[in-house]
Design a protein around this ligand. Structure first.
Ligand SMILES: [Zn+2]
Length: 347
């Protein structure tokens, strides 16, 4: 009897060993229409289950991709044939196509000594076509979000502890010399901040509830309230009694008083941006997005696809007057007209 149980147990173990690697959630394959024609076989690649610490993001770094409409297929074929050098779990490209190479949940070979800590590593093929990129980027982000949620990995990008990590972060924390994927993403106007935001919230989470476009809320002021200022830069006595934290104020525009950005909340009353919900933020307030301009006021074409309505951007809140309009800086040589920001006047 005892022997029989042992043999049965052994058979179970052997069956587990010889079957194809453990199937993960089948939904992902249909949800993302994942092509598995080039997935590694059961005896190929790393057989170790990965710790569920990181989702690692890459891009191919191969500029030849951009002249190849089948770049993702060719990348995947190459990766499949050379997996002993390097492979990722997935390759995204060609307008949102996804190919599986490694087995999700298992160690892939894309990020040196961080490999054991990542159950899913995602590669991205390059393209020169805007629509292809947009589709690729959406899929890349959604796939990363899917697996992060699946494994209980935080949706934060390049932060402390577990989370979604760029290969650059891996290099900075585990060594190596790769810096992807930021350079390529930046070539399409996707900043690290934008990627972080999209990973955190996805693309369809913008609340459909009415967006209040002409008000800001007082935040981080002293408990005794903040001072209102007049246009001459003088404190309005007693104004602090009403200007308390968490109170919302209708604004007509942003201007500068005493050289600092302030919202106009009454005929001759202004409150400092740094004590509002918009402190160090540019929240785009333009239904079809807004083009950023450079320091000379020249529009950066197509950047409205990046600066979409309600998207939030970090700024140092240093005022830039360009051609008579007040701008805030959101990237190197990229400025947003404050009229097209929350509280800035656009309705
Ligand atoms: Zn990489």
């Amino acid at each position: 009897m005892k022997n029989k149980i042992n043999i049965l147990g052994l058979l179970v173990i052997l069956a587990g060993f010889f079957l194809a690697p453990v199937t993960v959630d089948a939904d992902v394959n249909s949800d993302f229409n994942i092509n598995q024609n080039y997935a590694l076989g059961a005896y190929q690649g790393d057989s170790r289950q990965a710790y569920r610490n990181y989702i690692i993001l890459h891009e191919s770094g191969n500029q030849n991709d951009v002249n190849d409409t089948n770049a993702v297929l060719h990348e995947v074929q190459f990766m499949h044939n050379n997996y002993s050098n390097a492979y990722a779990t997935y390759f995204v490209g060609g307008g949102g196509q996804v190919y599986q190479v490694g087995q999700p949940g298992y160690v892939a070979w894309g990020a040196l000594s961080a490999n054991p800590y990542s159950p899913v590593q995602i590669e991205l093929a390059r393209t020169a076509d805007r629509n292809t990129f947009n589709a690729d980027y959406h899929t890349y982000v959604n796939l990363a979000r899917y697996w992060a949620n699946y494994y209980g990995i935080p949706l934060t990008l390049d932060g402390y502890g577990n989370g979604i990590k760029s290969h650059l972060w891996v290099t900075n924390n585990y060594g190596g010399d790769h810096q992807d994927p930021y350079g390529y993403l930046a070539s399409w106007g996707i900043t690290k901040q934008r990627l972080a935001e999209d990973l955190l919230h996805g693309f369809y989470s913008t609340p459909t509830a009415t967006v209040i476009r002409d008000a800001v809320t007082i935040k981080d002021g002293p408990t005794t309230g903040i001072a209102g200022w007049n246009s001459k830069g003088k404190i309005i006595p007693g104004s602090n009694t009403k200007l308390r934290n968490d109170t919302a104020w209708k604004t007509s525009y942003l201007t500068t008083v005493n050289g600092l950005p302030m919202y106009r909340i009454a005929t001759d009353e202004y409150i400092p941006k740094k004590y509002t919900s918009e402190a160090n933020l540019v929240t785009i307030n333009a239904i079809s997005g807004v083009n950023a301009v450079d320091s000379t006021g020249k529009q950066i074409s197509d950047s409205r696809k990046t600066f979409t309505d309600q998207s939030k951007w970090k700024t140092n809140d240093r005022p830039h007057w360009i051609n008579g309009k007040l701008y805030l800086q959101v990237a190197t040589n990229q400025y947003i007209d404050t009229y097209y920001t929350i509280g800035g006047g656009n309705r």
